[in-house]
Write a protein that binds this ligand. Sequence first.
Ligand SMILES: Cc1ncc(COP(=O)(O)O)c(C=O)c1O
Length: 471
Amino acid sequence: MKLYETLAAELAQSIQDGVLRMGDRLPSVRQASTSRAVSPSTVFQAYYLLEARGLIRARERSGYYVAGAAQKLPPEPEQASQPDEASSPVDISERVFEVLESAKMRDLVPFGSAFPSPLLFPMARLARAMASSVQQLDPWSAVDDLTPGNPQLRRQIALRYLADGLHIHSDEIVITNGALDALNLCLGAVTRPGDAVLVESPTFYAALQALERNSLHAIEVPTHPREGIDLAALARAIERHQPKACWLMSTFQNPLGSLMPDEKKRDLVKLLTQHEIPLIEDDVYGELYFGDKRPMPAKAYDSKGLVMHCSSFSKCLAPGYRVGWAAPGRFTRAVARHKLTTTLAASAPAQAALATYLEKGGYDKHLRQLRHTLSVQQTLFMEAIARYFPPGTQATRPKGGYFLWLELPAEVNALELHRQALALGISIAPGPIFSAHHGFTNCIRLNYGHAWDERSETALATLGALVQKMV
Ligand SMILES: Cc1ncc(COP(=O)(O)O)c(C=O)c1O
């Protein structure tokens, strides 16, 4: 247990035992940090955790107070998925487009959306960074910022990794139009039509769409809802299919929210390296952790340049700016050339704006606020699911990101639920869009990255009632 978790557990115990009662004020952060000889940030983390669990509440300018007993949460799914492990061509795009189209409508309750609320981002500060950087933009930036991209921005990205203990040289960073562009470029650099690619089960639908578009075969590998891809099953799939790449998310996987433990990430890279298989690592949610430290990506364990790490600012800072990057190890030149011959470069003003924003500071403060908001919203969502969904409903409990994966009772048809919910103004992401084999028929992904209010509570109650009718 981390220090802040121990402190949170002790305080939770005091609340449970009635030593601290509803309405009691907790010691101030300064008092608690002095009396327990821990840093103020440890106390903050512990209080955030207790707040996320609904045990304490912050009152403006007055501190933290005991809120009451912990609410019930739905049980977590414990079984890894059991996909059909045969290699198969992919035919999923049509259904995904259908679902995504509906998730775009503004007046729907956006549980099916892939994006957090745009209101969570520092748009005004970004706009100021954009205005000042565009005013000072060197006319030659149109040339200088061509792929691999704006040097200041690449340096800022490398510095952020360095601060987290990960050495990625700015020369390895190729700026792209968001993470999806980076992922597609990496896939294109290491595969040819007809090749087999390892993916998680369930997996992010855009990975399946990319395989479909490139006439690649998907090999779906069993994946645990908490700890990620099953390495024994991965080893078997490698022997059986001789895949040319593996595409996965080791941190806050979409849609499960799973987080591979560090040791498992290390073993994953070792296994793939033994077979010379490049790993395309999608790390778009890596910054959205609820613990005290950023989980290291699999890239941290790569010594052979086989991990092609991809991320972006879309989910944590600047949605719509379409700026992301790849750090593709030994494939850097291939990825940069691929970028040059497809879309040439990312937008120079958007790159400059982000470089200016990062240089000015304030990003970490924004991230702390964002993580806190998301972790509190996750708890509120989970508590509501426990209230409104029928017994037999299980929900993952991710330690970051903004998705929950629900396994509903077996009789539930997620596609039918999607249709019925849509008719009532609620979008959800049905399980079958996350599998080439159209599995997960009784599962859904819910987005808790939008403000929790009466409308979302009513929508979740309506969804729970629809599920109830199907069982
Ligand atoms: C897992 C995952 N990877 C990549 C992306 C795409 O990121 P970007 O918007 O930076 O292209 C998304 C967006 O939904 C995503 O959920």
